[in-house]
Design a protein around this ligand. Sequence first.
Ligand SMILES: [Zn+2]
Length: 72
Amino acid sequence: MGKILLLAIAVWLLLSVLKRYRSSLETSAKQGPAAEDMVQCASCGLHLPKPDSIQKNGRYYCCTAHSNEPGS
Ligand SMILES: [Zn+2]
């Protein structure tokens, strides 16, 4: 009986380690160098890198002229 319990714990440990390993693989793939943070201008729809964008009221714009536009 004790052996079965030990085996069950061993299998559970193995599965949890595998699960963690798989999720760490997925997150590292998402944070690759190719996955640059791109945002879209709320005014004209242009895609540009996040560091180059202008952020205003929780929206992103490609230039100051668009960020100052009212509405939309
Ligand atoms: Zn724009």
